[in-house]
Design a protein. Structure first.
Length: 723
C-alpha cells in the first residue's frame, strides 16, 4: 500500500530516490523539485521495508523545516519515533547524553550572540588587550571560523601562527573558552565542534550512535560546514547508509563557514554512491526558470542540471530601473497595491533585499499604500530587555553556574544589591575557585558585606531555589510564577505607567513569550531544558508566518526554502548584488550569483526586479551601475501593466533592461584584458581583475594601488591604458 502511494504520486526520479534503501545516496534537488516530499516519503518507504522508525535520523537546518518534516511524517501515520531535527538540536541531544566524555555538565547553557560578546569582552580584558583594537564581533567571527574547522583553542595555540593578531587571538580564544567552562555554557559552534570530537575520538560512542541511527538523511547538504560534514560522516561511517539532498546552486552560506565542496565531493567520499537528479520543477512558471538557468550557468562550481518546468507558460517578469530608492519603493508599493486590489494574496507575496537596511524605504511605501506587512527578522524579539530578563531567570534555574544570567538578574528588578557587593562576591568566588552562585550561598563568610545586604542576597537565593521545585512541570506555569514572584511584573507595570508605549508594551511581549511556552508545552513537551534549547536555537526564518495575511519583507538569505506567487527583488546594482565585498573574488561572486538564483526561484508566477540610478548608503548618494547578473540572466523587455501615479510619471525613466548582443564590442575584452595596468583620474593606478563584456553597459573591475576593488561602467570610467 505504501509503495502504491509512492508510485502514484511521485515522478520516476523521485521514486528512485524514495525506494533506495542501503548504501550512500546523493540527491541533487533543484529548487521546487519536491525535495521535502522525497525525504518524508523515503522515511516512510524505509519503514515500509522493515526499518525501525527509531533507527532513522533526519537532519535539516532550520526549526521550521524540521517541524514541517515532522508534520508530514505524522500525517502519513509513520515514523513517530524517528529523530527529525536540526544539526544543533541533534548535537545538544548527543552532548547531554555523553556529557562526561565531552568534559561538560549535562545541564549546560547555550549562549547566544549577546552572551558571547560579553564573554569575549572579558576574555580580551583578561589578555590585557583593548576591545577597541579587538572588537568582539570580529573576534567571535574568527573563533567561529576556527571552531567550524575543528580547531579548538589548544590546536590553534599549537599551530604556532606567528603574526601579532593570531598571537593575541590565541590568548583571547583560550580565555573565552575558560569563561564558557566556568559558566557551564557552550556557544553554537561548540555544539558542533564537541559532537564532531566525540565521534572522532570515542570509537565506542560512534559505534553506539551508528547502531542507534542505522539510516541517516541530511537535507540542504550544500550548506554544511566542515564540522557538520564530519558529524554526518561520523554518524554513518560504520554502516554507510547516508542519504544527502541538496543543490550546489543554492549554496549561499559561505560567509558563515558552509563549504560547497562537501556536496561536490560526495561521490569521492563515498565511491559507491548512487546519484539521482530531481530536475522537474513544480513551483515556477517556465519564464522564471529560463531566467534562473541563464543566470546560474555562469558558475563553475556546480553540478550540471536543467530546471524542467512542469507548469505551462504564463509567468510575468518585470525589470524596472527607477531614479532613486524612494522612487523604487514607491514603484514597489504601487505595484503591490495593484496586485492586492486585483485579488492576489498578501501572504503569497514577498519583497527580498540583499541587506536589512534596504527595508526602510519599502516599509514606508507599504505604510503609505495601506499594505499590511511582516518583516521576517524575528530573533529581535528575544533580544528585548524584558524577554532577556525572564529568560535569564530560567537559565539560572536550570544552570546555577551561568554567571552571565546571574549578573543580569541579581539586581533586576532592583533589590538593593549594587555593583560594590557584586564585585566583592566575584572576588571571593575567584579566590575560592567556586561559582558566583555558590559564593552567594556562602556570603556569611564575607565580612566586607553588611548584614542587611547579606539578607537580600539570601532572599534572592531562596527565591531561585524555590523556582527549582517547579522545573519538572509545564514551562508556561514556571515562567508565569517567575514573572510574578521575582518582582519583574510589578517593575514593568510601574515602568509602563511612567512611559507612553505606542507599540506593544513589555507586558504584552512577556505575555507573548508565556503563550509561546504554553504552545511548546502542548505540542512538544520535554520541560525547561528542551524549551530553553528551543529558544537558544531560534532563527529568523522560524518567525515567518505563511498565513499572516501580510506581505513578507526579508533578506534573500532568509528566503531560502520558502516560495511565493509574487516575488520582488530590489537593488540589483553592482556593490549591492553582487555585494561590494565580493568584488574581484571569483568564488564570492559565484556565491552572490547563487543568492540571486535562490531569490529568483522562490517565485511561482510573477517576478519583479528593481534597481535605481542613484542610491543613498550611509548618508552618501552615489550613481549606481546595473548588476552584471541582470545581463547574465538574459532579461528581455516585455509589456507591462504596472501602474505609475500620473503626478510621478517619469516616462523613459522607468525602463526595461535588454541584453542586446549586437552591441558587444569584440575588442573591449582584449583591450582591457585581466592583469592589464590602467589609470583612473580619481583612483589612480590599478590592474584589471574582471571584465564583463555587456556591450554598451560593459563593466570593468579594477584593483587599485590603494587596495580598493571597484566595479566601473566602462563607458563612464575614462581609463588610460598604461601597459
Amino acid at each position: 500500500m505504501m509503495k502504491r502511494f509512492a508510485a502514484e504520486n511521485l515522478t520516476e526520479s523521485q521514486q528512485r530516490a524514495v525506494w533506495h534503501k542501503d548504501g550512500p545516496l546523493l540527491v541533487i534537488a533543484g529548487p521546487g523539485s519536491g525535495k521535502t516530499r522525497v525525504i518524508t516519503n523515503r522515511l516512510a518507504a524505509l519503514i515500509n521495508q522493515g526499518v525501525t522508525p527509531s533507527g532513522i535520523c533526519a537532519i535539516t537546518f532550520t526549526n521550521k523545516a524540521a517541524e514541517e518534516m515532522r508534520n508530514r511524517v505524522f500525517a502519513m501515520n509513520v515514523g513517530g519515533t524517528a529523530h527529525i531535527s536540526t544539526f544543533h538540536s541533534l548535537c545538544v541531544k548527543i552532548l547531554r547524553q555523553f556529557a562526561q566524555a565531552a568534559d561538560i555538565s549535562p545541564d549546560f547553557s547555550i549562549y547566544n550572540e549577546t552572551d558571547q560578546k560579553n564573554c569575549v569582552k572579558e576574555a580580551v580584558k583578561a589578555a590585557d588587550l583593548d576591545t577597541k583594537n579587538f572588537p568582539p564581533a570580529r573576534i567571535l567571527e574568527a573563533i567561529s571560523r576556527l571552531k567550524n574547522n575543528l580547531q579548538d583553542a589548544a590546536d590553534f595555540q599549537a599551530a604556532g601562527i606567528g603574526d601579532y593578531f593570531s598571537q593575541c587571538l590565541s590568548k583571547i580564544y583560550r580565555n573565552y573558552q575558560k569563561i564558557l567552562k566556568q559558566n557551564n555554557a557552550l556557544d553554537f559552534d561548540d555544539l558542533l565542534l564537541k559532537t564532531a570530537f566525540l565521534l572522532r575520538d570515542f570509537q565506542d560512542i560512534r559505534r553506539q550512535l551508528n547502531e542507534k541511527f542505522r539510516y541517516l538523511m541530511v537535507d540542504e547538504y550544500q550548506d554544511t560546514n566542515h564540522a557538520q560534514y564530519q558529524i554526518a560522516r561520523g554518524l554513518s561511517l560504520e554502516h554507510g547508509n547516508i542519504c544527502v539532498t541538496g543543490d550546489p546552486d543554492q549554496s549561499i552560506y559561505g560567509w558563515r563557514g558552509a563549504d560547497i565542496g562537501n556536496i561536490l565531493a560526495f561521490e569521492k567520499d563515498w565511491p559507491n554512491a548512487t546519484v539521482i537528479k530531481l530536475e522537474e520543477n513544480f513551483r515556477s512558471m517556465p519564464e522564471i526558470l529560463d531566467v534562473a538557468d541563464k543566470l546560474i550557468i555562469a558558475n563553475k562550481s556546480r553540478k550540471l542540471k536543467k530546471l524542467l518546468p512542469v507548469k505551462s507558460a504564463g509567468g510575468e517578469i518585470v525589470v524596472r530601473c527607477l531614479d532613486d530608492e524612494q522612487d523604487e519603493a514607491a514603484f514597489v508599493g504601487a505595484f503591490l497595491r495593484q496586485l492586492l486590489d486585483s485579488g492576489e494574496n498578501a501572504s503569497q507575496t514577498a519583497v527580498f533585499y540583499r541587506v536589512n537596511s534596504m527595508s526602510r524605504a519599502i516599509e514606508e511605501a507599504l505604510i503609505e499604500n495601506r499594505i499590511p506587512y511582516q518583516v521576517v527578522r524575528g530573533v529581535e524579539f528575544y533580544n528585548r530587555r524584558e524577554i532577556r530578563d525572564i529568560l535569564a531567570y530560567l537559565r539560572i534555574i536550570m544552570n546555577s553556574a551561568d554567571e552571565q544570567a546571574l549578573l543580569r538578574i541579581i539586581n533586576t528588578p532592583a533589590r538593593g544589591i549594587g555593583d560594590t557587593t557584586i564585585g566583592r562576591i566575584s572576588t571571593y568566588a575567584a579566590s575560592k575557585g567556586i561559582s558566583l552562585y555558590e559564593a552567594i550561598r556562602k556570603c556569611d563568610a564575607l565580612d566586607s558585606i553588611p548584614a542587611g545586604t547579606k539578607a537580600k542576597l539570601k532572599k534572592f537565593l531562596n527565591t531561585i531555589e524555590g523556582f527549582k521545585k517547579d522545573v519538572a512541570g509545564p514551562v508556561a506555569v514556571l515562567m508565569d510564577k517567575v514573572f510574578k514572584t521575582s518582582g519583574l511584573y510589578e517593575s514593568l507595570k510601574t515602568e509602563i505607567a511612567e512611559e507612553d508605549y505606542s507599540k506593544a508594551s513589555p507586558l504584552d511581549n512577556v505575555a507573548e513569550l508565556i503563550s509561546a511556552a504554553g504552545k511548546f508545552d502542548q505540542q512538544q513537551g520535554g520541560g525547561l531544558v528542551d524549551f530553553m534549547q528551543h529558544i537558544a536555537l531560534f532563527s529568523d526564518t522560524d518567525t515567518y508566518d505563511s498565513q499572516s495575511g501580510k506581505v513578507s519583507l526579508m533578506t534573500m538569505h532568509c528566503a531560502k526554502g520558502l516560495e511565493f506567487d509574487n516575488v520582488f527583488i530590489i537593488g540589483l546594482e553592482q556593490g549591492i548584488l553582487p555585494h561590494e565585498r565580493s568584488m574581484g573574488i571569483a568564488s564570492e561572486i559565484e556565491e552572490e550569483r547563487r543568492l540571486f538564483f535562490v531569490g529568483i526561484t522562490r517565485a511561482k508566477k510573477r517576478l519583479c526586479i528593481t534597481l535605481s540610478r542613484h542610491r543613498t548608503i550611509y548618508g552618501r548618494t552615489s550613481m549606481t551601475i546595473a548588476s552584471q547578473f541582470l545581463f547574465e540572466a538574459g532579461l528581455q523587455p516585455q509589456s507591462s501593466t504596472v501602474p505609475q501615479k500620473e503626478s510621478e510619471d517619469k516616462g523613459d525613466d522607468s525602463v526595461y533592461y535588454e541584453r542586446d548582443y549586437s552591441q558587444v564590442s569584440p575588442d573591449s575584452s582584449q583591450t582591457f584584458a585581466i592583469g592589464r595596468l590602467v589609470s583612473h583620474k580619481k583612483f589612480g593606478l590599478g590592474r584589471v581583475k574582471e571584465f564583463h563584456n555587456l556591450g554598451d553597459n560593459s563593466i570593468i573591475v579594477i584593483q587599485f594601488k590603494s587596495g580598493q576593488v571597484k566595479p566601473l561602467m566602462l563607458k563612464y570610467a575614462d581609463l588610460s591604458i598604461i601597459e
